[in-house]
Design a protein around this ligand. Sequence first.
Ligand code: ADP
Ligand code: ADP
Ligand code: ZN
Length: 224
Amino acid sequence: MSQTDAAALYVILLGPPGAGKGTQAVQTAAATGLLHLSTGDMFREHLRNGTDLGNLAKTYMDRGELVPDDVTISMLLERIARSDAQAGCLFDGFPRTVEQAQALDDALSAQDDEIAVTVLIDVSNDEITRRLGGRVSCADCGSVFHNIFNPPDESSPCCDNVNMIQRDDDKPEAIANRLQVYADQTEPLVAYYSNAGKLSTVNGEQPPAAVGDDLLEALQAVSS
Ligand code: ADP
Ligand code: ADP
Ligand code: ZN
């Protein structure tokens, strides 16, 4: 094992849609230097670029369903094989099925690495509905805000109110379906990582900075 491999830190942020994974991943990546990898962001970028993968993903995303495992896994494995991911990364929104988790474990063990910890951001369904219902993002830079909990900055030249858009899958019909999909397909990962001795849970119903502090503590426990 090379020195780079020994230092690699692979961390998963797990939690229902709207738990705050993206918000925390951006902060934690800035604080630790870890690469932030969001499969949702990757699919949305493909869609903006008009690729076949983007158009395929959209048909699932709009309904609040998961993009099939085979395409999701191959996109993610291709991404983590690149040089900028060799020091590790922070997974946001992946894995979402046991099959994806197994594929990730296999790929990392093939390079003598492994997941260091999976941090579950624990938030109730009522709070999730409030968070997703008010989620908006900047059409220019993609920064995520909330109409009430984290309003856009009126003085910013980029992220002002006029620039805010709502995701198609944050409309009420899609939200209900996504919560069901989470319960059916993604929640089994809590037991998967807990059985592997790799689960740490943080209370997601605190202000973002307090969630971030708990998250950093969980990372420090495995990286020291
Ligand atoms: P959220 O922030 O609400 O959790 P994401 O941006 O992570 O949503 O994902 C948006 C959508 O992209 C999902 O509802 C799903 O359709 C698709 N998607 C993202 N990641 C995955 C994945 N790992 N497996 C399958 N589908 C995914
Ligand atoms: P996820 O990536 O898990 O889907 P996001 O990070 O996009 O979640 O957060 C969902 C919404 O909730 C966003 O509008 C975000 O601004 C807001 N949010 C995130 N963390 C918190 C928090 N700790 N308290 C209140 N609102 C939050
Ligand atoms: Zn912006």
